[in-house]
Ligand binder design. Structure first.
Ligand SMILES: [Zn+2]
Length: 160
């Protein structure tokens, strides 16, 4: 950004804590240039210890259910909502797992683990199929959508 969002003054390049930032000399606003989008993501396990992934209409790529947090909801609420929108199923025993960050796409995934029972599925705008994945039934890594999916997938597989 070039102008201060508080007072409209032109921002100037400055070094703070060894970082190149932009500062407003008038009101001291600092543009840290570190904003990220937040998404809530769910790894849901069935009672056989398999976890659920979604196959997207978009190029048949496979990822975990989840999506961007809307203003006014918590990240956990976003994860639950997105899981429901993409799979039609409710989750229980939700707990925080890990976060994953991509600077390239300015995105942080806040990942939850959860349980799922009595799964039903109907194809929808976003998802063509749901898959239950295990060590014996892995995903072709070429089909994983993007680096965050790959990292989370590897971490979950390691723990099985
Ligand atoms: Zn200012």
């Amino acid at each position: 950004m070039n102008y201060c969002p508080n007072c409209g003054e032109k921002l100037v390049d400055t070094i703070i804590d060894n970082k190149q930032v932009k500062e407003c000399k008038k009101c001291k606003y600092i543009d840290w240039d570190n904003w990220v989008y937040l998404a809530g993501v769910v790894v849901a396990f069935n009672n056989k210890g398999e976890f659920l992934m979604v196959k997207l209409h978009d190029q048949g790529k496979i990822t975990f259910p989840g999506g961007y947090r809307d203003i006014g909801e918590t990240v956990e609420e976003a994860a639950i909502r997105e899981f429901y929108e993409e799979t039609g199923n409710k989750i229980k025993d939700i707990e925080l797992y890990k976060t994953y960050t991509s600077d390239k796409i300015r995105l942080v995934w806040v990942v939850y683990k959860a349980k799922i029972e009595e799964v039903t599925f109907q194809e929808n705008d976003e998802v063509s199929e749901i898959l239950f994945v295990s060590k014996n039934n892995p995903i072709d890594s070429k089909l994983l959508r993007g680096s965050l999916t790959e990292r989370l997938y590897q971490d979950i597989l390691k723990e099985l």
